[in-house]
Write a protein that binds this ligand. Structure first.
Ligand SMILES: C[S@@+](CC[C@H](N)C(=O)[O-])C[C@H]1O[C@@H](n2cnc3c(N)ncnc32)[C@H](O)[C@@H]1O
Length: 185
């Protein structure tokens, strides 16, 4: 198999994507957040850590970033970043409550492939974890390669801005979601 295809195959298997997120997409993911005010940031599905690194560059010295990632190898690589503000949890986003113990985040960033959460049970299971830990004035930022989850998210947040990052493989949409509604309360 040609090395490029082999590499892409490895990514699909490990991360549910054909390539790691680009720096352009990573910057688009962290841009909507007022980092100076962030005391707790949470990332779901950090994968290669490209968004994690962008977030850490902007996070204040007093800020904390807690990352949930199901892939143990990816967790090992993230831990090697060696940043004292970073906590890496090798567990599903859906289990965040067990680790965050009631702490609320100013922002939640996610690369979890929510298009794969086909059933309502899976989708709402994930979104409940977002809602449970997002401050009422917090922001949830999620990327997706197609706009397939727009209407599902629209039912949960009254304010959604959609941005587009062309410079990614494949190009990706970024949902910037605010004002979680009653459905999740
Ligand atoms: C598209 S990839 C990562 C995107 C990341 N920005 C990158 O460039 O690698 C999605 C990641 O979400 C992780 N993941 C999938 N479902 C998850 C879940 N329920 N909770 C936490 N992580 C999850 C996968 O292991 C994978 O690393």
């Amino acid at each position: 198999m040609p090395p490029l295809l082999e590499k892409a195959g490895k990514w699909v298997k490990e991360y549910g994507a054909i390539a790691p997120s680009s720096h352009f997409l990573a910057r688009e993911m962290v841009r909507p957040i007022s980092w100076r005010q962030v005391r707790l940031a949470v990332e779901f599905g950090a994968g290669s850590g490209v968004i994690t690194r962008e977030a850490l560059q902007r996070l204040s010295p007093e800020g904390r970033l807690v990352v949930f990632e199901i892939n143990p190898q990816a967790c090992e690589r993230l831990r090697r970043l060696g940043d004292p503000r970073l906590t890496v949890v090798n567990d599903r986003a859906e289990h965040a409550a067990q680790h965050l113990k009631g702490k609320m985040a100013d922002c939640i960033i996610s690369g979890v492939p929510i298009a794969n959460l086909f059933s309502d049970k899976e989708f709402y299971g994930f979104m409940r974890a977002v809602h449970r830990h997002l401050k009422p004035d917090g922001v949830f930022v999620q990327f997706q390669y197609f706009l397939v989850s727009y209407w599902r998210l629209r039912r949960l947040f009254s304010d959604i801005e959609v941005r587009f990052s062309f410079l990614n493989i494949p190009p990706a949409f970024v949902y910037v979601c605010r004002e979680a509604g009653a459905l999740l309360h």
